[in-house]
Design a protein around this ligand. Structure first.
Ligand SMILES: C[S@@+](CC[C@H](N)C(=O)[O-])C[C@H]1O[C@@H](n2cnc3c(N)ncnc32)[C@H](O)[C@@H]1O
Length: 234
């Protein structure tokens, strides 16, 4: 039996904060603030309405719900039971429909090969022990010709300064200890894992935060946060 590709300390961290997931002033504020940007970018590439979509590492469901709101048929998977409970409860408030499951990407891929038009895996890879295994699972889950989207944090001096020192200690956008530098992933590594999983890179785009205007934007600067659009060949 293969070992579970999960770090119990990471899951515990998200479980402890889970009750604040939908508070836009909480530790999850950055996810609320970046959501319209990433949703628009994903929708622009994959035209979500009517598509079967899987959100891997969905947490409390910020992205999953928003994809349902634009007409996608969304399933969300995560290994934090508390985050999933919060996600399920929030559906009563929002009226959206998402099927939430407590299962790893690898196990779900064994049960549902080539089942989804679109797979999203955002802000999750930097929290798992073996990101290449998660990426390979996402590649197995998507249909031939389908889309897979990732986002994560780059690994360099600038990302260390911005994502850890800046976000966790100076601006206090995130609790100290949210991120572990060694788990950040360079775009070259992410695209290599994708190639190994037979996912073709379509676009790599940066996401930057301006601390003066407090506004996030998409652009060419991939030094800190970035997103990757890939497709499984048809
Ligand atoms: C920073 S949150 C991102 C949530 C969501 N993807 C978003 O961007 O709004 C990271 C999520 O990954 C989940 N996670 C961490 N390790 C995981 C694993 N091995 N399998 C599935 N989910 C995992 C956590 O429980 C948490 O919900």
């Amino acid at each position: 039996m293969s070992t579970l590709n999960a770090d119990p300390a990471e899951l515990q961290k998200f479980s402890e904060l889970a009750h604040r997931w939908w508070d836009p002033a909480s530790e999850f504020r950055p996810l609320h603030e970046i959501n319209p940007l990433r949703l628009g970018w994903i929708d622009g590439k994959a035209a979500l309405a009517g598509k079967k979509v899987l959100d891997v590492g969905c947490g409390g469901g910020i992205l999953a719900e928003s994809m349902s709101a634009v007409g996608a048929d969304v399933t969300g998977i995560d290994l934090s039971e508390k985050a999933l409970s919060v996600a399920r409860l929030h559906l009563f408030e929002s009226g959206h429909k998402v099927d939430y499951r407590l299962v790893s990407a690898e196990a779900f891929a064994d049960e549902n090969p080539a089942a989804f038009d679109v797979v999203t895996c955002m802000e999750m890879l930097e929290h798992v022990p073996d990101p290449a295994s998660t990426i390979a699972a996402c590649a197995r889950l998507v249909k031939p010709g389908g889309h897979v989207f990732f986002s994560t944090l780059n690994r360099n001096l600038k990302s260390y300064v911005f994502a850890i020192i800046g976000a966790e200690y100076v601006l206090k956008l995130l609790p100290a200890g949210t991120h572990e530098y060694a788990k950040f992933i360079k775009p070259s590594e992410l695209t290599r894992y994708c190639r190994q999983a037979r996912l073709d890179t379509q676009e790599l785009i940066g996401m930057s935060y301006n601390p003066l205007t407090k506004v996030y934007s998409l652009g060419r600067d991939t030094d800190v946060n970035y997103l990757l659009h890939t497709r499984r060949p048809g």
